[in-house]
Design a protein. Sequence first.
Length: 129
Amino acid sequence: MAELNNDIPYLQGPQTFICSEAITPSGCLVKVDAAGTVSIADAATDAIIGIAKHTTSATGERLTVIPFEGFQKVRAGEAINEGSWLTVESGGRVVATTTDTQEVIGMSASASSDLGLVLVACGRGRYAG
């Protein structure tokens, strides 16, 4: 039987990271950099690791990140219809996408008003139309 590579940890559930910037609002999407710190995801091509559980006010603070599993509530950057494919925009908020070069974080499982919370069926990939 093959052995697991102990150099690569298996992560499940919320994880704590150090921030490279203040993180606000809670519910925004975050990415991790080469140094292992997190910042707000701000581009549709970012490799998003999860959702900020709370806010931080400065660089170096600890942030709990909720991984993409099942259904999660995240911040919307615009009014979103149920069933829309979602990506990220500046400020770590989700917006609907139909562009094949953008990273998709999931599909909206509910409708949302601008800057409200939207329920997301989480899954990663590229929009395929």
